[in-house]
Design a binder for this molecule. Structure first.
Ligand code: ATP
Ligand code: MG
Length: 251
């Protein structure tokens, strides 16, 4: 753990803890250089969102749980940032929704994959990804590697903090893609079937609470879900919030 002690009374305690987790993950070889930059990008959007789960996120989280419950082979794809920030929540949600977990990296190195697999193993979960035997079509070699048992044969993939090209390639393979991404304008956010505009750990905690949904409710929830509307709501919320703050409503 970090040597720097963050006082619980700090107004942005949660955010600082996450930042420290990313730094620790980087030092441990789990988070890539670009993962540090991606985290900062996420923080900036979270500031605009008010660092809380908004209604449009909760609606998407409910739809995501519904879809995962109704899927045959749902897979949770994790990268270095996800492992560093929320391994316990990933494990809990995967167990509750019967999902396989696969380590899948944009900047794939065998070393980092092994570290992520070991991190989950130490916490009692065996995950896929160390021995890829299939490829995501349309991507170059290292970025395409995946396992047949996991991502390749999945019907639904929960893939937070993902790159736009890979999301597009998964959609083109016919996968149903659910993402968690603080930037509603990213290519991933606009390409996914379900876009959760919320911070990773907050979203997963909410989804764990929703996981006891029954299948009837799940079907109804999905029928009424419209992802474009969710993205529009997220963007409207952000612009209205900035507008209000700009009109003298800074607390
Ligand atoms: P894209 O490739 O989809 O157009 P990008 O290149 O900006 O977007 P990537 O680095 O490929 O982004 O993916 C990381 C995404 O994850 C970013 O949109 C970033 O805002 C978001 N992000 C980073 N940290 C978090 C977090 N803790 N929770 C949710 N989203 C996050
Ligand atoms: Mg990208």
């Amino acid at each position: 753990m970090t040597s720097f002690k963050i006082p619980k009374t700090h107004p942005r305690y949660e955010s600082l803890i996450k930042r420290e987790k990313i730094i620790d993950g980087f030092k441990a070889g789990i988070v890539a250089h670009a993962g540090l930059i991606a985290h900062g990008r996420g923080e900036a959007f979270d500031y605009i969102l008010g660092e809380k789960t908004n209604e449009f996120a909760l609606v998407a989280e409910r739809a995501a749980v519904a879809k995962l419950l109704l899927s045959e082979n749902p897979v949770f794809s994790v990268n270095g940032n996800v492992a560093a920030l929320a391994a316990d929540e990933v494990i809990e949600l995967a167990k509750r929704l019967n999902m396989k977990v696969e380590a899948n990296l944009f900047y794939r190195t065998e070393e980092r994959i092994k570290k992520i697999v070991d991190l989950f193993r130490e916490r009692g979960l065996e995950i896929l990804g160390e021995k890829p035997d299939a490829r995501i079509r349309g991507l170059d070699h290292a970025r395409a590697l995946c396992t047949y048992e996991g991502i390749y044969s999945a019907d639904t993939i929960l893939i937070p903090l993902e790159d736009g090209d890979r999301t597009k390639a998964l959609r083109e393979m016919g996968k149903y893609v659910i993402t968690i991404d603080l930037n509603p304008m990213s290519r991933t956010a606009t390409t996914a079937n379900i876009t959760i505009v919320d911070e990773l750990t907050r979203a997963l905690k909410n989804m764990i609470k929703l996981a006891d949904m029954n299948k009837e409710t799940a079907k109804e929830t999905l029928q009424n879900y419209k992802n474009n509307k969710i993205i529009e709501d997220a963007l409207s919320f952000m612009s209205e919030r900035l507008h209000e703050l700009g009109n003298g409503k800074i607390p």
